[in-house]
Ligand binder design. Structure first.
Ligand SMILES: *Cc1c(COP(=O)(O)O)cnc(C)c1O
Length: 350
């Protein structure tokens, strides 16, 4: 049967009127084994990447957005609004237009990755750039969403989390069991909470026999959960996790505690190194925020955290093409040469 998106595949978990199903056939993303990264660092584990950048708008946000926008459609509202560091707005804009609805996105000033901004714009969203940070943008949209004609589609919308649980379902289906560990970047902390809830549901339903330890990573300059207090001016190169006061803070702490995992910080240098390594060793281009989970794996391995042959899944949350500037910054620049074969051969060290 033709794959037709998450709502139709997981109908029993994501109920909505058929006439309101708004989908871009999101989900069903690959689970790719690491080959050269595990080899190079002699990691004792089996490491898999969940390639969420291969969703239709290039990030996992599509999993929750298909359901949140469908439910908004079903309830009769025709405008969806969100605050975003980029990927939420890209996704909201695409799903809204697919459903014949208007998206309004409020983004913090500056530092939004150009690829993401271009997505919201090309899909016809009304884009508002506020003079403030993400947390201030979120306050604005909460107030806008008090209008009954408007639906908020940030991750405080419970349908977002419901949809995002499908990431865990797919992993259990692909592996036939839950992994030993699930490593994931943490921004607003909706995704770590959703994965944890998703694994728990599949355990209850007998689809797996154990639960993974949930291990989350924040950027050091933007690590409220690790520090135990909000960060007023969060800073990190990983713009998707530049969040000073996470909406799902409590749920993330519950996931950490109940699963016997941990939430820690990685520095921007560690994030950028992991970002480069996964691209150059395993051939997959994710965005810097996604690489926080890989930086975390490398750090945990160094400390002897893993046992031999344990199974680790890393969610690579978004696609690298959204943020090419950082890729260019960490890579070898092009050679400038004369248009002669010798000039090229010379550089190849054959
Ligand atoms: C949204 C996002 C995150 C953070 O997810 P949260 O649910 O906010 O913790 C991480 N990486 C990417 C690419 C994202 O778009």
């Amino acid at each position: 049967m033709l794959y037709s998106g998450l709502i139709r595949k997981y109908r029993q978990y994501l109920p909505v009127a058929e006439a309101s199903v708004i989908t871009l056939n999101e989900g069903n993303t690959p689970l790719l084994p690491s080959i050269r990264l595990v080899e190079k660092f002699k990691l004792p584990i089996r490491l898999y990447y969940k390639l969420e950048g291969l969703n239709p708008t290039g990030s996992f946000k599509d999993r929750g957005m298909t359901y949140a926008v469908s439910k908004a459609h079903e309830s009769g509202t025709r405008v969806v609004v969100c605050a975003s560091t980029g990927n939420t707005s890209a996704s909201a804009a695409a799903y809204a237009t697919r459903g014949g609805m208007q998206a309004a996105v409020v983004i913090p000033q500056g530092k939004i990755a150009f690829g993401k901004l271009s997505q919201a714009m090309i899909h016809g969203a009304k884009v508002f750039q506020v003079k403030g940070n993400f947390d201030q943008a979120l306050e604005v949209v909460k107030q806008v969403a008090a209008n009954p004609k408007v639906t908020l589609v940030n991750s405080i919308n419970p349908y977002r989390i419901e949809g995002q649980k499908t990431g865990a379902y797919e992993i259990v289906e692909a592996l036939g069991e839950a992994p030993d560990y699930h490593f994931i970047p943490v921004g607003n902390a909706g995704n770590i909470s959703a994965y944890w809830a998703g694994y728990q549901r599949y355990l209850e339903e007998g689809r797996c026999t154990k639960l993974p330890k949930m291990v989350g990573f924040q950027a050091a300059g933007s690590a409220p959960i690790v520090l135990g207090h909000p960060v007023e001016h969060p800073e990190t190169v990983a713009s998707a996790i530049r969040i000073g006061n996470p909406a799902s803070w409590k749920m993330a702490l519950a996931a950490e505690k109940e699963s016997h995992g941990f939430i820690a910080a990685v520095t921007d240098a560690e994030i950028l190194e992991a970002f480069r390594l996964v691209a150059q060793l395993d051939g997959y281009f994710c965005e810097p925020a996604s690489a926080a989970s890989i930086a975390g794996v490398l750090k945990a391995a160094e400390k002897g955290y893993f046992k031999k042959d344990e199974l680790v899944v890393c969610t690579l949350t978004g696609h690298g093409l959204k943020d090419p500037d950082n890729a260019i910054k960490v890579s070898e620049p092009p050679f400038e040469v004369e248009p002669r074969a010798e000039a090229v051969l010379e550089k190849l060290n054959l």
